[in-house]
Write a protein that binds this ligand. Sequence first.
Ligand code: HPA
Length: 273
Amino acid sequence: MNQATIKEASNYIENKYTIKPTIGLILGSGLGVLADQIENPVIIEYKDVPHFPESTVAGHKGQLVIGSLEGKQVIAMQGRFHYYEGYSMEQVTFPVRVMKQLGIESLIVTNAAGGINTNFSPGDLMIITDHLNNMGTNPLIGKNDDQLGDRFPDMSRCYDQEYIEHAEQCAMELNINIQKGIYVGNTGPAYETPAEIRMLRTLGGDAVGMSTVPEVIVANHAKIRVLGISCISNMAAGILDQPLTHAEVMDTTNKVRENFLQFIKKVIDTLPQ
Ligand code: HPA
């Protein structure tokens, strides 16, 4: 993905609105409802944006929603691209490059994730403090474009510390019980085995999902400040004596919708920038 393709996509998007978004939002499985609350929205379907892939998962809409939320100018991805859909890492992270080109300085990434930490319960929200890239690849592999970022980007604070504290504070003020923890990014699409979950717990993981890590690596490369929020949609494999289903994931995210919306809106309203 070179700068020409990034610019073609961003030019196309920029010509559709007059505001300048400063916050990007990537909304995961069942969490796209946040974009429905954006005021005076300009909606652009992924399929219309040059070089954007199309999203294929149930529960993911596949469009950009640009407008104002809590008085901030935002650009939201209602649905994201997953590696397991067959897209390259470059394709998965292309929208982050485009949002950077559009001027965002902050990125809020959300996802549905399985709880590895046995202190968690389905429906909990978790602030991501760090991640384990367990995808076996990296979106920055290949020739580095120095204009986009460093060859060997530092990852020691890829989830912004001030944002972590800000999100914690917001949850406290709203009386929402919030967890903090480490997100493990797996490729999927198969859910993990119980043995894999025990391994990931030993490695220090608190929640597991099939997204987020590629986008966060690229955002960090692009020097965008990141806040990551997981919705614990289910306990990971082997913890409860029941099979995992995508229906359960969607069902739980629907149930925590109100808390999630209230929380993210407050985070956005007072986000340090
Ligand atoms: N594992 C991986 N990805 C997920 C899960 C899970 O248990 N729940 C939601 N996304």
